[in-house]
Design a protein around this ligand. Structure first.
Ligand code: NAD
Length: 368
């Protein structure tokens, strides 16, 4: 891993005019340095709506830069290439992108495709010796997640997951308060995440591409939130599914799931995940000595919230800008966010997702 001292050494080297710098995971990384540190040069794979949000947000990054595009649609490569000033040599399609192995301009690939494609892409990117950033959910299940971790480990590259809220200032403030004991003994967490999905033909409602339904897409925020707000890992799960529109939400695509998580200290979490209700984006934490309430708690922001001490006043910055700068610091400065965004973190959520689906199917309490 690069350290701050490594960085200072690189500055010295670059000051005497050498065109390439040493990088512990990629010997031929481009010599792109910013006064705040080494730049993470990123290619986006999957040029859809979230990919565009990330690409736009990266224009304001200090430590990350969009330098490459991977898409199955030639017209998108042309349009995005022009919009983001990406040279043709850094544009790839799904047949050619293994060649990024030989492209020193690219340090990492950010996979922003439908969920079912994350694993295969991650394995190919790792094989090309580039760092992997995957959107959430990291894979379709824990088995896929583990395969992604193993592949990245074997290739000596980082595996990071797009958990943008781990860099979000109000979220970080609540986590810090909990770490400092401001809420006293924690008793209860409530996570309500859902929205009205709309268009019945989209991939999010196709089991093969999504791997499930609301839980994979939006319920995961309640799972992840329950973990980062309480700071504990659940030891059991119970869950119940309700379906009001079986035509739209077919077999294997959950419309609404309510689930409960039990934590080692006795905290319980009660969560709702849905694709068919509105105005649900709220976290609530109750302790013996205080509370935190965040609403909205997971949207693109601004996140709003208050605790028993008063309103959360940390300023809003575009989440994806903070995330990508933060990921550069993880990779080059070995500087971790308050809660990790690595493959192990992604795997923890996938194990809980597997357990929730099992609890729905069996009607039983599932131990983790
Ligand atoms: P989208 O449909 O807008 O974009 C998906 C992209 O993948 C499209 O460009 C599409 O052409 C491409 N694609 C490649 N192969 C495909 C295939 N076989 N079928 C369909 N599309 C294919 O979806 P999105 O909203 O950008 O979501 C992409 C990923 O990003 C998902 O994993 C999702 O969970 C994640 N996401 C994360 C956040 C967040 O806040 N972290 C927000 C939205 C989406």
């Amino acid at each position: 891993m690069s350290t701050r001292r490594d960085f200072l050494e690189k500055i010295t080297i670059s000051a005497i005019g050498l065109p390439l710098i040493y990088n512990s995971t990629n010997l031929f990384a481009a010599a792109t340095l910013h006064e705040e540190g080494e730049i993470l040069n990123v290619a986006i794979l999957g040029l859809g709506s979230y990919g565009e949000r990330v690409a736009d947000a990266m224009q304001d990054c200090k430590r990350a830069k969009l330098v490459g595009l991977i898409s199955g649609t030639p017209s998108k490569l042309t349009e995005w290439g022009a919009k983001y000033n990406i040279p043709e040599k850094n544009r790839y399609n799904y047949e050619t992108y293994d060649q990024i192995k030989d492209n020193p301009d690219i340090d990492a690939v950010y996979i922003i495709t439908p969920n079912a494609l994350h694993k295969e892409a991650a394995l190919r990117v790792a094989k090309a010796s580039k760092h992997v950033i995957s959107e959430k959910p990291m894979g379709l299940n824990a088995e896929e997640g583990q395969a992604m971790i193993d592949a990245c480990k074997a290739a000596g590259v980082h595996l990071l997951v797009g958990y943008r809220l781990h860099f979000e200032p109000k979220t970080v403030a609540v986590i810090k308060m909990r770490q400092e004991g401001a809420f006293g003994k924690l008793n209860f967490f409530q996570g309500q995440t859902g929205f009205d999905i709309g268009d019945p033909t989209q991939w999010r409602l196709d089991k093969d591409l999504a791997g499930g339904g609301s839980l994979m897409d939006i319920g995961i925020y309640s799972i992840n939130g329950a973990r980062y707000i309480t700071g504990e890992e659940p030891i059991w799960v119970t869950a119940q599914e309700t379906k009001t529109e079986p035509e739209k939400f077919k077999e294997g695509v959950d419309e609404t799931i309510q689930f409960q998580l039990g934590f080692p200290s006795g905290i319980v979490a009660s969560c709702l995940s849905t694709y068919n209700m509105r105005y649900l984006d709220r976290f609530y934490l109750a302790g013996d000595e205080g509370f935190a309430e965040m609403q909205p708690s997971t949207g693109y922001g601004p996140i709003e919230g208050r605790t028993h001490k008063g309103k959360l006043t940390q300023p809003h910055t575009t989440h994806q800008t903070l995330q990508m700068d933060g990921m550069a610091r993880i990779i080059y400065d070995n500087e971790q966010p308050i809660v990790p965004v690595d493959g192990e973190e992604g795997l923890k959520d996938l194990k809980i997702i597997d357990a929730i689906y099992k609890a729905v199917e069996t009607g039983e309490k599932v131990e983790l």
